[in-house]
Design a protein around this ligand. Structure first.
Ligand SMILES: Cc1ncc(COP(=O)(O)O)c(C=O)c1O
Length: 481
């Protein structure tokens, strides 16, 4: 249940976002909030303080709460794809490009890293996890010397199945397989439903890890037009499912990130998710859903995954605790639907079962009251940092820059003006100790050379602000040159 003060805060945040309340407007007085909404003084005050903490309101002495005037503006979102037809399917040859970018980043003396899609360690409940791990080791040291159970520890599968329920998914604990992160889940899913040479539809741009998996499995990628606002184009997908990919191949699978997409940050509307599940079922094609950011939306109300609309078992849902709870535990999971037996066999053949100690720690945390508290804190911090970062981009980057500001997660997707090469900007920034993720990492094509992914996982303090100011200057210099 969302606490009352948060419901009230969300109500007024909606009004600020919609422009009903503008910069400099006064929020109704605390007494008025109490009367209008039938809440206590404490609840009304807590709602105002929450919005103040988030940077949306400022308190003026003896006057009340006002919508902050200091916000530095918003940029227009990234452009919609020019073409609604997919590229011809192609074998992915991205490995060298990605490895070269990662290697250049590794060689540099990085001071401000804006490239990793992960939160700073301070955002995660280290002490609680540490205590839990120590407790398990003290009580059951045999966990170190006993073989792990098949397909995951029952306590973790139980906790994951319960949380899935809240997001509209009906999966029994035995229908889940615990994995080494989401990337293993996506690997297993694709191995279960494809053979080398098959064609797989993916979003364009997409998380570079998906491109690496396709390349390693010898699969052809069919890059589909993807809207920075609503995700994968269903018209384009429907056409390909009906007519075949350009060149005539039938699709073996579709890989999507329908919630808080990496790198675009967009979330598919529920109606699209429902249609996507129905299309894959109708055409008997596997849908691999990468839902790694599914719990990281700003609002308290759960975001439904495509799996919630799956009636035929065609959706292989892949999740992870690496972004939302503990990047160091490397725990992921999947609900393989109709491919469960094959996924279980492949998991066993590939890497056996996942270590139990991290699973016990995660299960403890997910089942306790610390989880909703942690989620609220994490979401609030990311929302604040994301907005601060978007404002800094608006203030410092050259005119014509566009920026997608998602309703959750860790990422901002920036489109540089004048066709500026983000890889040149990456090299120039890296020489000054600032690491970015250039758009060329996210596609097998050259279409996103002007894209840039930024991560807002760390506190937006002076070093991050200065780094973005400098990147903006470098972009201007490169444009001038
Ligand atoms: C969309 C997406 N999928 C999968 C992964 C990898 O997940 P994990 O670290 O859980 O293996 C990432 C990591 O950045 C990601 O952004």
């Amino acid at each position: 249940m969302t606490p009352l003060y948060r419901q009230l805060a969300e109500h007024y945040l909606g009004a600020i976002r919609a422009g009903t309340l503008r910069s400099g407007d006064r929020l109704p007085s605390v007494r008025r909030l109490m009367n209008d909404h039938g809440v206590s003084l404490a609840t009304a005050l807590q709602a105002c303080r929450h919005l103040e903490d988030q940077g949306w309101l400022e308190a003026r002495p003896r006057s009340g709460y006002y919508v902050r005037t200091a916000r530095r503006g918003r940029l227009p979102p990234a452009q919609e794809p020019a073409e609604l037809r997919p590229d011809p399917a192609a074998y992915v040859g991205i490995h060298e490009r990605i490895s070269s970018i990662l290697e250049r980043g590794q060689r540099a003396a990085v001071q401000v890293n804006l490239s990793l899609a992960v939160g700073a360690p301070a955002l995660y409940p280290t002490t609680a996890l540490q205590r839990s791990m120590q407790g398990h080791l003290r009580r059951t040291p045999a966990v170190l010397t006993t073989m792990a159970r098949r397909h995951g520890h029952p306590a973790l599968r139980q906790a994951l199945a319960r949380h899935a329920l809240a997001r509209g998914m009906q999966v029994a604990p035995e229908e889940l397989v615990v994995t080494h992160g989401c990337v293993e889940a996506v690997n297993l899913a694709l191995r279960a439903v494809t053979r080398p040479g098959d064609t797989v539809a993916i979003e364009s741009p997409t998380f570079y890890g998906v491109l690496q998996v396709l390349e390693s499995l010898g699969l052809r990628a069919l890059e589909m037009p993807t809207s920075p606002a609503t995700g994968l184009s269903l018209e384009a997908l429907e056409f390909v499912l009906r007519e075949g990919a350009p060149g005539g191949q039938r699709l073996a699978a579709v890989v999507v990130m329908p919630t808080l997409h990496n790198p675009l940050g967009c979330t598919m509307p529920d109606a699209h998710k429902q249609r996507l599940a129905a299309l894959c079922s109708e055409h008997d094609v596997a849908l691999v859903e990468d839902d790694i950011y599914g719990e990281m939306g700003d609002a308290d109300s759960p975001i439904r995954p495509v799996k919630a609309f799956d009636r035929s078992g065609h959706v292989i849902h892949c999740g992870s605790l690496n972004k939302v709870l503990a990047p160091g535990l490397r725990l992921g999971w999947m609900a393989p639907g109709r491919w469960q037996a094959r996924v279980e066999m492949l998991k066993y053949a590939q890497s056996r079962y996942v270590e139990e100690l991290p699973q016990l720690v995660a299960a403890d945390f997910l089942a306790g009251s610390g989880w909703p508290r942690h989620l609220r804190r994490l979401r609030a911090a990311l929302q604040r940092q994301r907005h601060q970062m978007a404002e800094a981009v608006a203030a410092h980057f050259p005119a014509g820059t566009r920026c997608n500001l998602p309703d959750g997660g860790l990422l901002l997707w920036v489109q540089l003006p004048g066709g500026l090469s983000s890889e040149r900007l990456f090299d120039a920034a890296l020489a000054e100790g600032i690491k970015l993720a250039p758009g060329t990492m996210f596609s097998n094509s050259d279409r996103f050379g002007d894209g840039l992914r930024l991560c807002c996982g760390q506190v937006h303090g002076a070093p991050v602000e200065a780094a973005l100011r400098r990147v903006g200057q470098l972009a201007r210099e490169l444009l001038g040159a």
